[in-house]
Write a protein of this length. Structure first.
Length: 219
């Protein structure tokens, strides 16, 4: 049986991803490594620090030592480290947001990037730009930072979290043809934002798992 280890920098996606894997990849054995000190340090420093990079890479190696065939990296804020992990780690590191990025650049030219953390915007932009280069496309990216939404979500105030995300999308809706949600934890807003703005909205968890299924060549 193929073994996948999902590496998380927060707890939010552990349960949802377990359900998504059961639906779309029941053939694999899924385990999780969750270290929420990583995202806390990224937020506190406004960037991925060398210490975060070292710890995250050690988690990839630990996954391989545990018998994993592939790492499923679930945090977009550390996406650049995940890319390097494909060189450093002894097993492939698959980014949850890569299939979403590929679909976005092949579907729209003007793409709004919605995020609840400023630290997630640049890695997501770089991923979209890379996917566009690979596809031979030109894209225009517009940032939509939902400032304060992450803190609201962490404190349990889901109403404020969702409202700030909706406001961020509506602010830039007339500048874009499509939205991507930079963090997997925002996936539940996909349909609501589409209804509010009249624009397509993409999120990463289901698309990421479906993309992983293709990567693993499971028919």
């Amino acid at each position: 049986m193929i073994k996948v280890v999902a590496v998380h920098t927060a707890m939010a996606l552990v349960e949802p991803l377990t359900k998504i894997f059961k639906e779309y990849l029941p053939e694999v054995k899924l385990n999780h490594i969750a270290d929420d000190s990583l995202i806390q340090e990224v937020i506190a420093n406004g960037e991925v620090t060398p210490a975060v990079r070292r710890r995250l890479l050690s988690h990839y190696v630990a996954a391989a030592d545990a018998g994993a065939d592939v790492v499923f990296n679930t945090c977009s804020s550390v996406g650049d480290v995940a890319d390097y992990g494909n060189i450093y780690a002894p097993i492939p590191v698959f980014r949850i947001d890569y299939p979403m990025a590929v679909e976005a650049v092949n579907s729209a030219k003007r793409i709004g990037v919605i995020s609840t953390l400023s630290t997630t915007l640049d890695p997501t932009r770089r991923l979209l730009e890379r996917a566009a280069r690979e596809a031979g496309k030109d894209v225009v990216l517009v940032d939509g930072l939902a400032d304060g939404a992450f803190a609201a979500g962490q404190s349990g105030d889901s109403e404020t979290h969702d409202r700030k995300i909706a406001e961020a999308a509506q602010r830039i809706a007339d500048q874009v043809d499509m939205f991507v949600l930079a963090q997997g934890s925002m996936a539940r807003m996909e349909q609501r934002l589409s209804e509010l703005t009249g624009k397509p909205v993409l999120s990463s968890p289901v698309r990421g798992v479906q993309g992983l299924r293709k990567f693993l060549k499971i028919d």
